[in-house]
Design a protein around this ligand. Structure first.
Ligand code: KIV
Length: 266
């Protein structure tokens, strides 16, 4: 009899911090990526607005829409059995006031079945986080490099203002975020934020001292076509494997070697 698998919850993230156990989060956007992330035992799956870049080939995350996040979020939630599913709130919904943000998060929760929302922001979005959390929706705050603000930040560059990042991270935690994601900041800043916050930190390009680590699926497995950030360690070259398979199949068809007797019905 198979052992029933229960899905991870935000309490498991809190317990990981309390017990000093590092946890993992990877992005997924569709059935195969969600199945693979889930089967690998990765604690959280993030339906990131990076879908606009790695899936749709856009140059930033800004074009991602609420409808697209719902579409991808619903697929990922349905495909995953044990990972905590987090869906990104797309730009600019956290800047349109508390009630519009709650409305958008509620749609994400109701229409995808996800367990939590992530939103980018500074201390200026603390009241929005507070409102969403008071509606019963778990939130991860995203500080440091905020890709939705790429044009304001002058590019995808490391954020070095330690004081400002600490203020933003504390504001998110104080407002009720159950975790804070730290993107592209110096390791020593991430270390002091991780020490200062009672809630877990999740790092990407933020060094080894965060409570958890997150990477974009396509970067992690070698499926990204654009420049991969320096902080990524590619664990596979899936692009090469797929390329070789496609070239081999084309060549087999052209040579009359596919389909062969085994692939011919009747
Ligand atoms: O959208 C995304 O994939 C993200 C990661 C960079 C953490 O926010």
């Amino acid at each position: 009899m198979p052992i029933p698998i229960s899905r991870k919850s935000i309490l498991d993230m809190a317990a990981a911090k309390r017990d000093g156990r590092r946890f993992t989060m990877a992005t997924a956007y569709d059935w195969p990526s969600a199945k693979l992330v889930d089967a690998a035992g990765i604690d959280c799956v993030l339906v990131g607005d990076s879908v606009a870049m790695v899936v749709a080939g856009r140059s930033s995350t800004i074009p991602a829409t609420l409808e697209q996040m719902i579409y991808h979020g619903e697929i990922v939630t349905r495909a995953s059995e044990q990972s905590l599913v987090v869906v990104d709130l797309p730009f600019p919904l956290q800047h349109l006031g508390v009630s519009k943000a709650i409305e958008a998060c509620a749609r994400l929760m109701k229409e995808t079945g996800c367990q939590a929302i992530k939103l980018e922001g500074t201390a200026g979005q603390a009241d929005v986080i507070k409102g969403i959390v008071s509606a019963g929706i778990p939130v991860i705050g995203h500080v440091g490099l905020r890709p939705q603000a790429v044009h304001q930040l002058g590019g995808y560059r490391m954020q070095k203002n330690a004081d400002a990042i600490m203020i933003d991270a504390k504001a998110a935690a104080d407002a009720g975020a159950f975790a804070v994601l730290l993107e592209c900041i110096p390791a020593f800043v991430a270390a002091s934020i991780t020490q200062a916050l009672a809630v877990p930190t999740i790092g990407i390009g933020a060094g080894p001292h965060c409570d958890g680590q997150v990477l974009v699926f396509h970067d992690l497995v070698g499926l990204s076509f654009d420049r991969v950030p320096k902080f990524v360690r590619p664990y596979a070259d899936v692009q090469k494997v797929i390329h070789e398979a496609l070239v081999q199949w084309r060549s087999d068809v052209e040579r009359g070697d596919f389909p062969g007797p085994k692939e011919t019905l009747g």
